[in-house]
Design a protein around this ligand. Sequence first.
Ligand SMILES: Nc1ncnc2c1ncn2[C@@H]1O[C@H](COP(=O)(O)OP(=O)(O)OP(=O)(O)O)[C@@H](O)[C@H]1O
Ligand SMILES: [Mg+2]
Length: 225
Amino acid sequence: MSLEAHNLSKEYATRSGPLSVLRAVNLTLNRGDALAVMGPSGSGKSTLLHILGTLDHPTGGTVTLEGTNPFTLAEADLAAFRNRRIGFVFQDHHLLPQCSVLENVLIPTLVNTSTKPAETEAYARQLLDRVGLGNRLDHRPAELSGGERQRVAVARALVLKPVLLLADEPTGNLDRKNAQSVGALLLDLHRQENTILVVVTHSAELGRLLPRRMEMNDGMLVPIA
Ligand SMILES: Nc1ncnc2c1ncn2[C@@H]1O[C@H](COP(=O)(O)OP(=O)(O)OP(=O)(O)O)[C@@H](O)[C@H]1O
Ligand SMILES: [Mg+2]
């Protein structure tokens, strides 16, 4: 039960020629592990997270999640794999404004035909309880604070019980107090659900909450001294 990245590379074709962003990223994380990925702006953190999340293809190297290399799957199978196995939290909550809190959390389940609606809805309600929004199920995102919206995004990321939970600057738009509580919540839920968690962050405070920290340096992922 693990996530493995072997010799990952990523080059973008740009107008001024190829831009090498990842050169040789190697990483092994087991179920229950949590990693903070740090490093300067433009060093390739989001690029790496997108590849680990199968939202983008690497130029070279392999990713294996629970024994499957997702990049060998056909497009429809890859989409199903991503939906089922991977949860995402981004800097912006990406909630749908016209949907209620509960409906937003249920969105990933709409395309998943293997889950039973009654069970997933019960689980979504339970998750919203656990993130402290059990009494806000019918509210629209505009009626919530920034921290509360991000809590909904965390519940949505977990609704299909993913193996891998990926977060890119999940507290980047929050003030310090909300950042602390959303960071702690992410860690708590990761522990309770025994996911593999990878968090990209500029925040030393959030980084310190995670048991392991690495940084992008010259296209490689290196332990922080
Ligand atoms: N689609 C793209 N085409 C060309 N270049 C890209 C593309 N996406 C990212 N880049 C470049 O790749 C490099 C790494 O970008 P990335 O977004 O991974 O950095 P980051 O470490 O997440 O930065 P930040 O901390 O600012 O979010 C940057 O130089 C960026 O300009
Ligand atoms: Mg980024």
